[in-house]
Structure formats: C-alpha cells, structure tokens
Design a protein around this ligand. Structure first.
Ligand SMILES: Nc1ncnc2c1ncn2[C@@H]1O[C@H](COP(=O)(O)OP(=O)(O)OP(=O)(O)O)[C@@H](O)[C@H]1O
Ligand SMILES: [Mg+2]
Length: 314
C-alpha cells in the first residue's frame, strides 16, 4: 500500500510522581493518500496524546520512541523549524476547543486572510475571494458578515466551522481532528460533520479523526483503529468492524450504542502506570482465562485487511 503517514512502533510516556504514564504503547498503522482513519476508544486511552505525538505538540521531557514517517520523512527527528513548516501547511490540526484555537482580538476575516497568506501564499483580492469561497462551502449564509465578526460573536458550532475554514486555507494533504463533535448538540454536531466532509472534498486530504463517537466515526472514516489502554487492539475497514467486531472490547462498545440497547460496559480501564502482564482488557472481558492474564497478546492479521489483539485469534 502506498502510504502518506506511517507510524512505526510509536510510544509516548509521561513521567509522574507515581511512575511512568504509558499513554501510547507501540502503535503501528499507516494512512494511504485519500484515506480517512478514525481513532476510537474510551476516555483516557491515549487518543489525543497520539495525535499530539504526531505533530510534536507535547511538552519537552516526554519520553517518545518509534518513527512517524510523513511523505517519507520522520517527523520525530525533524528540526523544530522543519516541524513548524509541516504544522498547518501539510498537516492541519483541529482541536476540540475552538475558543482556545482562535485569536479573540482579531476578526475572523483577518485570521482567514493571514492563514491564506502563510499557508497558501495568497494575497489581496485573490485571498479574499478564496476566503469567501471557503466560508460559503462551510454553509455560512453570509460569508461577508462572518469575515467582520470577532470569535466571541459566534456560536460554538460557528467557531468550530471557522476553525475548519482556517485549517482549509493551505489545502493541507493531511488533517488531524481531535474530538471535533465533543459536547455539541445534535444540530451543531451535524453541521460540524458536514463541514469536515466538505474539508475532505475541498482539499482531497487524508486524515486521522480522533473521537469516541462511534456513529460519527462510522459516517466519516474508511478505516477504524480501536485503542484500549494505550495500544491499538483492532483495526480494519470501518464497515467490517461494525458488522463483525472481533475484539471483545469492540463488541462491548457496539453493544453500548443506543441503537444496540445501550448495554454499558462495566468496570474501568487498567492504570497506564501499572499495566497488567497479560491482556489489558482481561478484567472486563467475558472470555478471559488464565492464559489471557498471563501473556500479553500480539496484534495478529485476521483475513487480508484486519488486525486484532486477542488470544482467541492467535
Ligand atoms: N501532558 C501530560 N502529562 C501527563 N500525563 C498526560 C498528559 N497528557 C495526557 N496525559 C495522560 O495520558 C493518558 C491519555 O490521555 P489522552 O488525553 O490521550 O486520552 P484520550 O483518549 O484523548 O481521552 P479523551 O477521550 O477523554 O479525550 C491519560 O491518562 C492522561 O492523564
Ligand atoms: Mg482526547
């Protein structure tokens, strides 16, 4: 498979008073041009840390290993200057807090024109036309009016869309969106999903969508990577994972969806500091036996396009 992004044995850990927090453990996956991968899993499993690891947004002192190849170059070993040129221009990042990401003292138009200048090299009338076109493509009724507004004058969903507009300016080949629908009501959530779909159409980009919203992941992504306690436990084509889950954790997550009866998964994830020796999901798994608790399962290929980390598929 031709690949745009390749994560090769990527691990990230934070030092804390109680020990090393192993937030991302030996993650491997690839994203092909045009492919949208959904990274799903419950809160605290390491999704955001993985996204921030890719863009090197974590504070200094974090322990990191592995390779992150983007267009063949390792993002991990790039100079600070090189990685800055990648952020925004080659890999757009939409985080879950648009209020933090937008500059409160500049009008939306000013921020958009600046992004078009920095990321797309556009100026003057050409930049303005492009800004209006991007805003219109994101279903803003009156793009001219939005250009003249300050972020505080916009609703939450509008801010999220303005941020999406900003990220679209450089037509980046890759997008990382972290929980773009978190905390939004159904109507605004629909608008944000639509704007991300427009983003993908407009830029033709590939992407990594981080979410714990399975319904959203299913609508947006070709491929899903399911994370549990810092590691990927299942990945493959989204449709197949939904119709025939293999890892017991995925089966449990699907059973917890409203349309499947909302059967809540009991218990909680293991600590990221004191990991069990065997399978990390064993304490919550209906199939776990002594062997599962004794030996950490490897990721195995199941069929031609799926991988799962469960002893039942060894
Ligand atoms: N800067 C940091 N310093 C120390 N620990 C951190 C830091 N950032 C994250 N962690 C820890 O890493 C683990 C994974 O966190 P992360 O934010 O990636 O979870 P998540 O899967 O994105 O959860 P959510 O769905 O709630 O956003 C958590 O235990 C968190 O406390
Ligand atoms: Mg997160």
């Amino acid at each position: 498979m031709e690949e745009l992004l390749k994560l090769d044995h990527v691990s990230t850990a934070f030092r804390s008073r109680s020990g090393l927090v192993k937030a991302v453990c030996d993650v491997n996956f690839t994203v092909a041009p045009g492919q949208i991968v959904g990274l799903v899993g419950e809160t605290g499993c390491g999704k955001s840390v993985l996204g921030q690891t890719i863009l090197r947004l974590l504070p200094p002192g974090v322990e990191q290993s592995g390779r992150i190849l983007f267009q063949g170059k390792d993002l991990m070993t790039m100079s600070e200057e090189e990685i800055r040129a990648v952020r925004g221009k080659k890999i757009a990042y939409i985080n879950q807090n648009p209020t933090e990401a937008l500059n409160p003292v500049l009008k939306i138009g000013t921020q958009l024109l600046e992004s078009l200048r920095v990321c797309g090299g556009l100026r003057g009338g050409e930049a303005r036309r492009q800004a209006l076109e991007i805003l219109a493509s994101l279903s803003f009724d009156d793009p001219e009016e939005i250009m003249n507004k300050y972020p505080m004058e916009l609703s939450g969903g509008m801010k999220q869309r303005a941020l999406t507009a900003m990220a679209m300016c450089g037509k980046p080949p890759f997008l990382i969106a972290d929980e773009p629908t978190k905390g939004l009501d159904a109507l605004i959530r629909g608008q944000v999903i639509e704007s991300l779909e427009k983003f993908v159409d407009f830029t033709g980009c590939s992407g990594l969508i981080i979410t714990h919203d399975l319904k959203f992941a299913r609508a947006m992504c070709d491929t899903l990577a399911l994370m549990y306690a810092g590691e990927i436990v299942e990945c493959g084509p989204a449709k197949k994972l939904f119709s025939m889950p293999k890892h017991p954790y995925l089966s449990a997550l699907l059973a917890s969806m409203p349309q499947n009866g909302m059967h809540v998964l009991k218990g909680s994830s293991c600590s990221l500091i004191d990991m069990p020796e065997g399978c990390r999901f064993a304490d919550r798994c209906p199939y776990a036996d002594g062997e599962c608790r004794a030996r950490h399962p490897e990721m195995r290929s199941v069929g031609e396009d799926r991988m799962v980390r469960c002893r039942r598929y060894d």
